[in-house]
Design a protein around this ligand. Sequence first.
Ligand SMILES: O=C[C@H](O)COP(=O)(O)O
Length: 238
Amino acid sequence: MPKQTVIGNWKMHGSIGQIRSVVPELLRAGLGANVALCVAYPYLALAKSMLSEAESAIQLGAQDVCEYHIGAYTGEVSAGMLADVGCEMVIVGHSERRRFFGETSETAARKVRATLDAGLLPVYCVGETLQQRDQGIARDIIAEELQVLAGVPTSLYAVAYEPSWAVGTGIVATPEQIAEMHAFIKQTLDVRTRVLYGGSVKGGNAAQVLSVDGVDGVLVGGAALSATEFLEICHEAG
Ligand SMILES: O=C[C@H](O)COP(=O)(O)O
């Protein structure tokens, strides 16, 4: 069985000091290319230089990107710039982008295309709210979120299934809920599409999540900030 993917998303956390303390611990563990770290823009270059210096296979990613390639877009960061500083992937359409910054699936789809144009891997996030799940429309929401990528070859991107009610709440979706949604996403796109689960994954529950059918890896938020916790998850991923 191939190694499963573990992506750490530091969100708007961290500092130079934290990069300098956590990254060396990950380097010492000799993690491979199935592991990625997505830190805030200001820390990408530092993280990259530490990874490169150690000749590490750990990949570097960003948490968002501009949908435009270049131009007068004050405050934005292009996919080309992310490639330039050594990123290999970009998280796109995260539920926090959708919820707090009004990002739509259409915008996210443009970001996916911009990411691909720069030669980077988009990790496209989908997921329902608790209200949508209670209304029985979780699958419809996910289908809509995936629909905007019609025409983009499914082998070029990964999907992260992150029910927003599980993000940062300490509540993990049940194995049955995860299996059902991952199967649905793979049926909708392509059975070979890589689908990661995200939502309160920790060292203590990673083994159970990673053993669910159709789970190709995990997207980890809070637990990625601690080297010990993150390494525990990586260990479970093989
Ligand atoms: O990108 C990561 C996800 O939003 C999960 O975050 P969390 O592990 O803190 O729940």
